[in-house]
Design a binder for this molecule. Structure first.
Ligand code: XUL
Ligand code: CO
Length: 439
């Protein structure tokens, strides 16, 4: 492994003409784009689970990844992975990472032992953070892999499971605070159901809200100031996940009076599983003031499940970064690659190609989005499209000055309606032109 890192060295920016597979073509961290260095817009993060603990296993076959830590186990394995992970981030110039409790520390025989292992690894990670300057973007608790979570976590029918989850999240909030984590993520895991024949959906959702409220209260008690994020996903592993999409989560949070405490962590592949585009979910979060962070990846339309591929689609990345720029950025959130190499890409070197491809895709996307915004390409069109609401009857509507009687009186006198083209194809070709031209 050490030899591989020596051979690869630090990945450098060489520009869009470079043919070096181990160089950035677009990601130039200090280059100022849209008033800020690229790295401040993008805030790239490494996902600990896919990068360091994933084996390449899929539902049809065993793991394939060849990793230098394969023969180790227990705490020795955990520490080795952490060492390599930080070296990997340094080589790529990635300044943030994200993890689940079980990614960094092995589970013990008892809960007490598990929590002790996490504490010991937190000391280790703290040391590595200090040595490298790498920071924790977010942490979370895995409450879906172990068989005890078979019926869910906070939505389990078994109150002992609910209590167990309380202990795990309590510990992880303390650790996230200690490590200076800027956010804390709740992804639903198995918070959903398979059949209503055995499910009290009302109690399950009430309990989920109770659990989130306890997290908010505990964070306040210990002085954890990070941003809480919910990561919507419509299905997988359960058929009906309670956090289906942004709109569903907004309804849920408002229903339980939790909306002030949470923003969204939007994952591209979760958006497409929900039948939305990535941009749609980002947009819904942005216009509601709750766009918090991104899990950058992409799915495969032909497979239709959560394939968590590294993002290489520049079109989607440009539109995603367009939403991010319109949001005024993501901080304290960032762009975490919740993505894994394909099962057949089993060599350590493939991880480098994967991250370089993902980082370059979003760097190019950022540049395209910045140029589109600087030139006001869509803004000008959109402003014009809705200009009927800036004068006359439209102005009265948006200012809340009229009701149905006045609308009817107006419409009776103005019933010869004239619409104009939405010009979708023209706009799409403009977008393509920006993608071609930005170097
Ligand atoms: C699962 C998923 C998770 C969350 C963190 O689909 O996206 O990895 O990001 O638990
Ligand atoms: Co995710």
């Amino acid at each position: 492994m050490e030899q591989l890192f020596q051979k690869i060295g630090k990945i450098k920016y060489e520009g869009s003409d470079s043919k070096n597979p181990l160089a950035f073509k677009y990601y130039n961290p200090e280059e100022v784009v849209y008033k800020k260095p690229m790295k401040e817009h993008l805030r790239f993060a490494m996902s600990y689970w896919h990068t360091l603990t994933g084996t390449g296993m899929d539902p049809f076959g065993a793991g394939t990844n060849i990793r230098s830590w394969d023969k180790l186990s227990g705490m020795e394995l955990a520490k080795k992975r952490a060492d390599i992970g930080f070296q990997f981030m340094e080589a790529l110039g990635i300044e943030y990472y994200c993890f689940h409790d079980v990614d960094v520390a092995p589970e013990g025989e008892t809960l007490k032992e598990t929590l002790q292992n996490i504490d010991e690894m937190a000391d280790y990670l703290e040391k590595l953070q200090k040595q490298t300057g790498i920071k924790l973007l977010w942490a979370t608790s895995n409450m879906f892999s172990h068989p005890r979570f078979v019926h869910g976590a906070a939505t389990s029918c078994n109150a002992d499971v609910f209590a167990y989850c309380g202990a795990k999240v309590k510990k992880m909030l303390e650790i996230t605070k200690r490590l200076g984590g800027e956010n804390y993520v709740f992804w639903g895991g198995r918070e959903g159901y398979e059949t209503l024949l055995n499910t009290d959906s009302k109690l399950e959702m009430d309990n989920l809200a109770r659990f989130l409220r306890m997290a908010v209260d505990y964070a306040e008690k210990i002085g954890f100031k990070g941003q809480f994020l919910i990561e919507p996903k419509p299905k997988e592993p359960t058929k009906h996940q309670y956090d289906f999409d942004v709109a569903t989560v907004i309804g849920f949070l408002r229903n339980y009076g939790l909306e002030k405490h949470f923003k969204m962590n939007i994952e591209a592949n979760h958006a497409t599983l929900a039948g939305h585009t990535f941009q749609h979910e980002l947009n819904m979060a942005r216009i509601n003031g709750i766009l918090g962070s991104i899990d950058a990846n992409q799915g495969d339309l032909l497979l239709g499940w959560d394939t968590d591929q590294f993002p290489t689609n520049i079109y989607d990345a440009a539109l995603a970064m367009y939403e991010v720029l319109k949001n005024g950025g993501l901080a304290p959130g960032g762009l975490n690659f919740d993505a894994k190499v394909r099962r057949a890409s089993f060599e350590m070197e493939d991880l480098f190609y994967a991250y370089i491809a993902g980082m370059d895709t979003f760097a190019k996307g950022l540049k395209v989005a910045a140029k589109l915004l600087e030139d006001g390409v869509f803004e000008t069109m959109i402003e014009k499209r809705y200009e009927s609401y800036t004068v006359g009857i439209g102005k009265d509507i948006v200012e809340g000055k009229i009701g149905f009687e006045k609308l009817a009186a107006y419409a009776l006198k103005n019933d010869q309606i004239k619409n104009t083209s939405g010009k979708q194809e023209y706009l799409e070709s403009l977008l393509n032109q920006y993608i071609y031209e930005v170097k």
